[in-house]
Write a protein that binds this ligand. Sequence first.
Ligand code: ADP
Ligand code: MG
Length: 143
Amino acid sequence: MVLEHTLSIIKPNAINKHVIGDIIKRFEDNKLFVVGLKMLKLNFHQVLFIYNEHKNKLFFNDLLKFMTSNPVVLLVLEGDNAINRNRLIIGHTNPIHAIPGTIRKDYADNITENAIHGSASKEAAKKEIYYLFKKDEIYKKIY
Ligand code: ADP
Ligand code: MG
């Protein structure tokens, strides 16, 4: 057992589809438990921080516009091997390549509006979680 924490962001297009509950259920059914949760509208600085590695890409402007267009839901998820398992449940970045049963296969509209974010590595998870949540907003091992 390798207990890990990871960050997911339910993106604006998934919020518009009213599938917050369905997405959280998929995580809970897979024993990735919610230990931090908030809804907010991300600003430019927050999106730049989360997606810094992409800031010079051609799609960055569209990504920025999309991510700040409507509220998102931030989730801190806790579980065994949480970082990799979260990415498997989410599916491929491009929904065309996402396998059936993954969140992106079911709810992504296109490669930019792909419904959900999941931290890519241990380092990214730590960086993203503690940028977006205060320590006392995370309730570790509450179950
Ligand atoms: P992931 O979210 O699967 O970790 P990346 O880190 O490569 O994927 O990209 C971050 C986000 O930027 C993606 O989730 C998607 O919203 C957007 N994105 C990535 N690649 C493209 C692309 N080629 N065209 C448009 N948007 C993209
Ligand atoms: Mg990524």
